[in-house]
Ligand binder design. Structure first.
Ligand SMILES: Cc1cc2nc3c(=O)[nH]c(=O)nc-3n(C[C@H](O)[C@H](O)[C@H](O)COP(=O)(O)OP(=O)(O)OC[C@H]3O[C@@H](n4cnc5c(N)ncnc54)[C@H](O)[C@@H]3O)c2cc1C
Length: 385
């Protein structure tokens, strides 16, 4: 048993593809805020992006850990999985709560790459983390729903055919619990843009192809509803543990890339007639980041195992997300500092990866909200908000 690396065949397969998409590829995309279409195509053709789609629908039916390893390797190779990961973390909602007709219609096409399910619309400008206060409304009219409202930070919306949307179907004043009355829809965006849906790119610190999406009387067929009306928040929350575990793998991949890059440079760069890596001021931050990464990775493997057993894993999914994002950030800082001024030169990819690693402390859930979860739900402290 290899305690360091499991799923070796997957890791090697992903590394082979990533070798064709070096730092220069990601750098060029970053500069023009482009979408990595060629990379997504190569990963789809190799079957990696259908990892979580069951074989019966044309996917590879792999466990969550295997999907996470795919994302980790993309990041450990210097790339970025953000263009591809939503297809994995939205899958739980569709698989567990979608109808057989929805699954038969969409999953084989997603698995083959004909359709992309990469857009996930939850966050809104005025409600932010306070999801139950979101204002986007879906009102049933005959055999359609009519949608009005706005989402923000809807990443990849311009490069996706389908969107998973959370909207309010019953006004908050009419529900007994504010978590009720929200519903999830699987929207076919192909006919929607220009017919009630407008997408505007957001210029951001990282190349995440993120957007604002406006809904102005968008009519969607009633059978776009996933599961039961009013239960949408529960379905989305169900999928969030998987999402947290998956993106934790990305942070672990980032941390490994930073540690490897920093160590190499610390050994090679000679200043004051000796490698800078001889100085403990250079060694210690890298060693500390390594220790944090090892610990975070254990938690990521633990949470994946608990998830796969079908046991409650909220605590461990949140711990994974927190610890891996912090480990990646420590490693990013150590790597940037080790490189001195050269860390700022774009051709080294460090400043790009540093910006990209930072987002995991904010999205899809911020560090503060994880700490609140642990305080309240694990430690039994009073609810703070
Ligand atoms: C690059 C990027 C991509 C994204 N992609 C998507 C996407 O595809 N789909 C999607 O739906 N969303 C997406 N998001 C949105 C992301 O999930 C939110 O930004 C995040 O959940 C925080 O919400 P907010 O930005 O509105 O912050 P706010 O809710 O306004 O919070 C601001 C700050 O206050 C803190 N805070 C708020 N309330 C409390 C409290 N009670 N206790 C302690 N601290 C608190 C927060 O932790 C945060 O640091 C993306 C964001 C980014 C940056």
């Amino acid at each position: 048993m290899n305690l360091d690396e499991d799923h070796l065949d997957i890791r090697e397969g992903v590394r082979r593809i990533c070798a064709d998409y070096p730092g220069s590829y990601w750098r060029e995309l970053d500069e023009r805020e482009g979408y990595p279409s060629e990379f997504v195509k190569a990963m789809t053709q190799a079957g990696f992006l259908s990892a979580l789609i069951p074989e019966v629908y044309g996917g590879s039916g792999l466990p969550l850990r295997a999907a996470g390893v795919i994302l980790e390797e993309i990041h450990a190779c210097g790339g970025n999985a953000s263009a591809t990961h939503a297809q994995m973390y939205t899958m739980g909602t569709v698989l567990r709560h979608g109808s057989e007709a929805q699954k038969n219609e969409y999953l084989p096409q997603i698995a083959s790459g004909q359709l992309r399910l990469q857009a996930f619309g939850v966050t809104e400008p005025s409600s932010g983390t306070d999801t139950t206060k979101l204002k986007t409304r879906a009102v049933k009219e005959g055999d359609h729903y009519v949608i009005n409202g706005q989402k923000i930070w809807t990443s990849r919306a311009l490069f996706s055919d389908l969107m998973l949307l959370l909207a309010r179907t019953t006004p908050i004043e009419q529900v007994t619990k504010k978590t009720e009355g929200l519903s999830v829809f699987l929207i076919d965006m192909r006919g929607a843009v220009g017919n009630g849906m407008t997408i505007r790119p957001i210029k951001a610190m990282i190349n995440h192809n993120t957007t604002e999406v406006f809904f102005d009387n968008l009519r969607i067929p009633a059978n776009s509803l996933i599961g039961e009306e009013g239960k949408g928040l529960r379905y989305i929350m169900d999928g969030m543990n998987a999402e947290r575990i998956l993106v934790s793998h990305e942070s672990i991949g980032d941390a490994k890339w930073f540690i490897k890059t920093a160590t190499k440079y610390a050994n090679e760069r000679v200043i004051f007639d000796r490698p800078i890596g001889k100085n403990q001021g250079i060694q210690f931050p890298i060693a500390k980041a390594y220790a944090q990464t090892q610990a975070a990775e254990l938690m990521v493997r633990k949470s994946s195992a608990i998830f796969e057993e079908g046991l409650p894993c909220g605590e461990f999914a949140n711990l994974s997300k927190l610890l891996s994002a912090e480990a990646a950030w420590e490693a990013a800082e150590a790597c940037l500092q080790t490189h001195g001024g050269f860390g700022y030169a774009r051709e080294y990819d460090i400043e790009r990866k540093w910006r990209e690693a930072r987002v995991q402390r904010t999205a899809p859930i911020s560090t503060n909200l994880i700490l609140s979860y642990l305080a309240e739900h694990v430690l039994g402290l009073p609810r703070s908000y």
